[in-house]
Design a protein around this ligand. Structure first.
Ligand SMILES: Nc1ncnc2c1ncn2[C@@H]1O[C@H](COP(=O)(O)OP(=O)(O)OP(=O)(O)O)[C@@H](O)[C@H]1O
Ligand SMILES: [Mg+2]
Length: 251
């Protein structure tokens, strides 16, 4: 049995009269890619927002490596080694690629008090990271994010997770709006991260993308887990689609 990295227990979340999550148990083991699937509104983004500290749960508990943790905000999550790339990416569009990569964690130079941000280091690291993530077009790291395409913005978010070497990297629809080449770049990055000891949560509506990289599939339907141990190697896309919709096979 693989060791737990993260375990969420009895997570519930209501938005007024809307129940987004109705008591969800969800675990991520060390060194795996979990595909989190479900139809629109199933609760996927809400669950990972609770994990990344942008939304607080109505009830439930979170454990990391068996120890109970409190995730009250994004800083708590980041300090615990959880980096999230949200569906609606949280980049500051008027700042450069390099500044976005280091947002809130800028390297400093100079003596204390008189120190300032180390722009050169940020630009250098950003340039290297963009290449690693597969942005082959020559985009200077000083370019404002508002000049980038949706896919390129995703790449910047992913590069950030890569650089800070988080234990858990959560990707909410990272392949949305991406071209074929860029999608393969993201999938390659995910495999690479897993193979170097990280764990990842991958949310996507394109089940073909999910089947290409994940070790295990968890399915949410209307705020509940309806399957949590689906092995993509021993099932079919059609079977998983039936779990997602809840419609049994005919014939
Ligand atoms: N900020 C909010 N205020 C009110 N209701 C919300 C809010 N965020 C989500 N919900 C509701 O919670 C439910 C789950 O939403 P969530 O965004 O988690 O779904 P999802 O599985 O990520 O869907 P999608 O695949 O469309 O991204 C939905 O019914 C949604 O309308
Ligand atoms: Mg979502």
């Amino acid at each position: 049995m693989a060791a737990d990295l993260v375990r969420m227990v009895g997570i519930a979340k209501s938005y007024g009269p809307v129940t987004a999550l109705a008591g969800v148990d969800f675990a991520v083991y060390e060194n795996e890619i979990v595909g989190l699937l479900g139809d629109n509104g199933a609760g996927k983004s809400t669950l990972i927002k609770i994990l990344s500290g942008t939304v607080s749960a109505t009830s439930g508990e979170i454990y990391m490596r068996g120890k109970k943790v409190l995730i009250r905000n994004t800083t708590d999550a980041i300090n615990l080694g959880i980096e999230t790339i949200h569906q609606d990416s949280a980049l500051v569009t008027q700042l450069s690629i390099a500044r976005n990569l280091f947002l809130g964690r800028e390297p400093l130079i100079g003596p204390p008090i008189f120190n300032r941000m180390d722009q050169r280091t940020m630009n250098e690291v950003a340039g290297t990271l963009l290449k690693r993530i597969g942005i082959t077009k020559d985009i200077p790291a000083t370019t404002p994010v508002s000049y980038l395409s949706g896919g390129e913005r995703q790449a910047v978010s992913i590069a950030r997770a890569l650089h800070f070497d988080s234990d858990l990297i959560v990707l909410d629809e990272p392949t949305n709006n991406l071209g074929v080449e860029e999608t393969q770049g993201v999938l390659r990055f995910m495999r690479g991260a897993r193979d170097s000891g990280h764990s990842l949560i991958f949310i996507a509506h394109n089940i073909h993308h999910v089947f290409q990289v994940v070790d295990r599939i968890v399915v949410l339907r209307r705020g509940k887990v309806v399957a949590d141990d689906v092995d993509p190697k021993s099932t079919t896309i059609e079977a998983v689609e039936r779990i997602i919709t809840g419609v049994p096979a005919t014939g």
